[in-house]
Design a protein around this ligand. Structure first.
Ligand code: NOJ
Length: 775
């Protein structure tokens, strides 16, 4: 990339400065942000480190939670001015961020600027669809663009570090945080991890308008026992290396600057004190050179885990394991100086932990340009351009689950529509969980979107039923829950009846049902996957009227919709679509946009099937896998990779162009994809493989390549999917390293993980020790 500033830009920059300077009362250096090479940043950081006292160094290893609810303002000021905390999180107001920066830069002895971290999970002010939805796009380029949109707004506010992407593999929909990740598959998860890192960070660390990624939660957090958030995880080495770790490794390869250690114990050792994870795997095996943050209080809670004997022991064990920065708890500040004095940890270890933090501050350009332009922030956040990006993302992420007799798309000449459900007109819920800074007033609900798209149609909107979580959430203080409107039995009945009346009078009913935004996300696991409250009763009652019904599902996880899947003709799953959700959904329902999302998770019939995933190892009598329970079909309701479209597509038999695969000679498989309909649309062509025999059993199917292809009506295209031989390797539980084994492999190419479009190929030369490849 050419980072030279041309004459025109120099001129514009001058004009910009003239306009800008009076608005910035803070006397700051005004150099344009530049990237800094790793070597230069290392050299500067080392030079600075040599001038720092131990206390100053340890200050750089602290990250303090902001907003008065966590740290009183005066205390935050003190910590910034004294250098006792070199990093903050949860400040979102650029004026306040500039104030704190000014304190750090002008009052501390060495003028070291602060970093500001925040949960930029799927947007900052403009909220995009949730990450699970973004994975449903199967479009890494879209994910990069949408993540970059979030980064731009956050950076304008002065935030330098996003607590994302979350790349935890989740095979259990009961786990509330499944909504924050890319689902169950290590390959799709790896592609999404890399795409998000690129979106957050841009082409290089310090790229203007970009922020540092923080890849979380390292590692295994998504396998919480029983889907219960925070519970321990027990993951075999084979699954860890082959399923849970690959997205983290992909993020390192994409250049991720920071990692976050997980809360839970992994195979008996808390992740935040786990030297094997943080040193042997992350740094020594993968070559990660950035900084590791703890999760919230997770250093202190090494004690709670029955691992550390005291807060001092917790600090020492986390530091030794390789946690560079402690989030919110203060065991480093409180105990590391004494520990160094006593020789329990060396100052060289502290230096090695501080160095990457200082380097990142240099590379982010914070020393040169610590402040943000508040006017620019006001101008650029929530801009039409940002909103357009959010709408496009929402259109690309919805998954059409059912569409009997082509009920969808609906006709714009409908006379009347009833829009029913607790989520139909809820701005807060449409944004989804982890949208704390999203301004709900910006949000377009499904009802709003329909009203705007169809000004001539009579649109009646009502809730029918209300839903509530009924237990506190960890976000209640930051995002106060909305009050219920109907509380007495009589009020509830009247509202239910009103919904039925409106449905009776309308040509079509659109029911927007699912989970309120507090029902998924952190600390939001469920034992059941049913539609909360009386929603299914409402759906059944409206369907029983015998008129056309569309179910629009708003959710952070697969839900038990077995009844709907049999009785409701059209089901569009929109996840949480974000700020522009209503416009996107209206476009999708009325054919202005064509659904193209595919499931990144296996969709169960009931919670009792969980964990349920497609890439299991072949068992005894595999032909019977759908009948493993005597009281329920054990196959999924919808398989991994599934999603319908308004277009129809045909696919030729898969042709393997390179039947002899070996290192350097990838698998190439070609299919001809044809849009057999009169509607332009996108299809996701997916390639799965299976190794027939080897040193260990390999999964029945594994996704290894995909491409989302847009086709005009009647158009056809040859699609060649390429799988490098190393993608066919796996971590052998027998040899305990990566291997590529010669032998026969199956390959399938189709539109979901159950496709029977099959061929075979041979791997003709293997590799016994792929350590080099793993790096
Ligand atoms: C705890 C969560 O586990 C983590 O994902 C998040 O980034 C931090 N809190 C900060 O909000």
């Amino acid at each position: 990339m050419n980072r030279q500033v041309g004459p025109l830009m120099k001129g514009l920059w001058g004009v910009f400065l003239l306009v800008l300077l009076p608005t910035l009362s803070l006397a700051q250096p005004t150099a344009a942000p530049t990237s800094m090479s790793d070597a230069e940043a290392t050299q500067r950081a080392n030079a600075l480190l040599r001038r720092m006292t131990l206390a100053e160094k340890i200050g750089q290893m602290e990250q303090t939670a902001g907003q008065p609810m966590y740290t009183p303002s005066a205390e935050a000021d003190r910590l910034a001015s004294s250098g006792e905390s070199g990093n903050f999180l949860f400040f979102t107001d650029p004026v306040r961020i500039n104030e704190l920066q000014k304190l750090a830069v002008t009052k501390t002895r060495l003028h070291i600027p602060l970093t500001f971290g925040y949960d930029v999970i799927h947007g900052f002010r403009t909220i995009a669809p949730i990450p699970l939805a973004m994975a449903s796009s199967w479009d890494p380029a879209l994910v990069t663009r949408t993540t970059a949109m979030a980064a731009r707004e956050a950076r304008a506010a002065g935030i330098t570090l996003a607590f994302g992407p979350m790349v935890d593999i989740a095979r259990d929909a009961r786990w509330g945080r499944i909504m924050e990740g890319a689902g169950e598959d290590p390959y799709l998860g790896s592609r999404m991890a890399a795409a998000q890192v690129r979106g957050f960070q841009g082409d290089y660390i310090g790229a203007p308008g970009h922020i540092l990624a923080c890849v979380k939660h390292f590692a295994g957090y998504g396998a919480a026992n029983g889907g219960r958030d925070y519970d321990e995880t027990d993951i075999s080495d084979e699954l860890l290396w082959n399923v849970y770790l690959p997205p983290f490794h992909a993020a390192v390869k994409a250049g991720a600057a920071t990692f976050m250690s997980a809360y839970q114990s992994l195979n008996g050792v808390p992740a935040t004190g786990n030297a094997w994870l943080l040193r042997d795997v992350l740094r020594n095996t993968w070559g990660f050179k950035g900084a590791v943050l703890s999760d919230w209080d997770s250093v202190k809670s090494l004690q709670t885990h029955g691992f550390a004997s005291s807060a001092a022991d917790a600090a020492i064990r986390a530091a030794r394991a390789g946690v560079n920065m402690e989030m919110t708890s203060t065991t480093y500040r409180d105990h590391l100086p004494e520990a160094v004095k006593k020789g329990e940890i060396s100052e060289a270890t502290i230096d090695a932990l501080v160095l990457p933090i200082l380097k990142l501050k240099y590379q982010m350009g914070l020393f040169a340009n610590p402040y943000v332009d508040v006017e620019r922030f006001r101008r650029e956040t929530g801009s039409p351009e940002q909103r357009r990006a959010a709408r496009v993302a929402a259109e690309q992420t919805a998954v059409l689950l059912r569409n009997e007799n082509h009920l969808l798309p609906l006709s714009k000449s409908l006379r009347s529509i009833a829009v029913i459900g607790p989520l139909a007109d809820s701005k807060l819920d449409t944004m989804g969980s982890w949208a704390i800074h999203g301004d709900r007033r910006d949000t377009v609900t499904v009802a709003d979107g329909l009203r705007q798209l169809l000004p001539q149609t009579q649109i009646a909107v009502t809730k029918g039923v209300e839903i509530e979580r009924g237990s506190p959430t960890i976000f209640d203080e930051q995002v106060p829950p909305e009050k219920l409107q109907f509380t007495t039995p009589a009020e509830k009945k009247a509202e239910f009846d009103r919904a039925l009346d409106l449905a009776r009078q309308a040509d079509v009913s659109i029911l927007v049902l699912g989970e309120a935004q507090t029902m998924s996300g952190e600390n939001a696991s469920r034992a059941r996957l049913s539609l909360p409250g009386e929603q299914e009763k409402l759906l059944q009652a409206v369907t029983a009227l015998g008129k056309p019904v569309v179910l629009v599902l708003m959710t952070g996880r697969p839900l038990d919709i077995s009844w709907a899947a049999e009785h409701v003709p059209a089901i569009l799953n929109i996840w949480y679509p974000g700020t522009e959700g209503g416009h996107a959904v209206a476009n999708l329902l009325f054919g202005e946009a064509n659904p193209s999302g595919h499931l990144p998770v296996t969709w169960p019939r009931e919670a009792g099937q969980e964990p349920l995933f497609y890439n299991y190892k072949l068992p005894q009598n595999p032909e019977n896998t759908a009948h493993r329970y005597w009281d329920l079909t054990s196959s999924p309701l919808y398989p991994f990779g599934y999603g319908l479209s308004y277009s129809s597509f045909s696919l030729s038999n898969v042709a393997v162009n390179s039947p002899q695969v070996k290192p350097g000679t990838p698998l190439r498989a070609t299919v001809t994809l044809r849009n057999t309909s009169r509607v332009a649309g996108a299809q996701v062509v997916q390639l799965y493989v299976h190794q027939r025999a080897g040193g260990a059993s390999r999964p029945n199917r594994e996704l290894k390549a995909f491409e989302k292809v847009m086709l005009a009506p009647g158009e056809s295209r040859d699609v060649t999917l390429t799988v490098p031989a190393q993608e066919l390797s796996y971590w052998s539980p027998v040899l305990r390293h990566q291997v590529l084994e010669p032998g026969t492999f199956d390959v399938w190419v189709g539109f979901d993980s159950t496709t029977d479009n099959h061929a075979t190929f041979q791997v003709t030369a293997g590799l016994d020790d792929m350590t080099a490849v793993a790096k």
